[in-house]
Design a protein around this ligand. Structure first.
Ligand code: URA
Length: 244
């Protein structure tokens, strides 16, 4: 007589609770998972562990001049990620992205679309401040972009927003004007990406505010569509698996 192992019994009980009496074997289950496009969340702490791995980076010259490595901040499980260009002086001082004047404006914009920093993740193409806030040079981007890609692989957002032409151009490898890029929706590493003005540009030129507000309303609507979030509640229903 074969006595079933208790582990096997409890495995099948869990399976039955999840899938009913239908026995779903490996291949089929994988197929269904792919068709349903269920995205498994990353293990807790994966983003922090990645930060610990890379925070002493010296792959380009900015590693020697920075005060702080600015990894990123926000909800490590966010469905919406904002990508800026590079840390400025204040960010370099504090080790946090978007904490200067542009960051204060970004917080206000987030509030206007019913979101907070705790709902989203904010990061930059470069993790270290370029001297005098000059534009990133190609070699810096080349060294730093794998970090951004890995961050996105861990966070698994449903929507990326590139803030400003430098971030958009860097991510999309396009030499288009910001005006053209903000009309389109793109795919970056399998994730939907939209482009809008950098908050610093809005501080410099108030003519950009009206079109930026149109973009952010469209971003809000798309985020709600992708996550099933209802107006007035920033968070998708708790406990839902990330599915796209
Ligand atoms: N501008 C950016 O692009 N990123 C920051 O973190 C701050 C200002």
């Amino acid at each position: 007589m074969i006595i079933p192992d208790q582990n096997i019994i409890s495995y099948f009980k869990r399976h039955q609770a999840l899938f009913g009496d239908q026995l779903i074997l490996g291949e089929r289950h994988r197929e269904e998972t792919t068709a349903g496009r269920i995205v498994e969340p990353s293990p807790p702490g994966a983003l922090q562990a990645f930060n610990d791995d890379i925070k002493s980076c010296r792959k380009c010259a900015l590693g020697a001049s920075r005060r702080n490595f600015v990894f990123g901040a926000g909800n490590p499980d966010a469905d919406l990620v904002f990508v800026g260009e590079a840390p400025g002086e204040r960010e370099d001082q504090l080790g946090e992205p978007f904490v200067g004047r542009a960051g204060i404006l970004l917080d206000k914009i987030l509030a206007a679309i019913d979101l907070t920093r705790q709902d989203v993740y904010i990061l930059n193409v470069l993790k270290c401040r370029p001297p005098n806030n000059r534009d990133p040079v190609p070699e810096e981007v080349k060294q730093c972009e794998p970090y951004l890609k890995q961050q996105l692989r861990i966070i698994k957002p449903k929507l990326i927003v590139a803030l400003g032409r430098v971030a958009a151009k860097t991510l999309l490898r396009l030499n288009e004007s910001l005006k053209n890029m903000r009309k389109n929706s793109y795919i970056y590493e399998g994730i939907e990406l939209r482009v809008t003005y950098h908050p610093a540009a809005l501080l410099r030129n108030s003519n950009f505010k009206a079109p930026a507000w149109e973009d952010f309303q469209a971003i809000r609507d798309r985020y709600r569509e992708l996550t099933g979030t209802q107006p007035g509640s920033a968070h998708p229903a708790a406990g839902e698996a990330k599915a796209s």
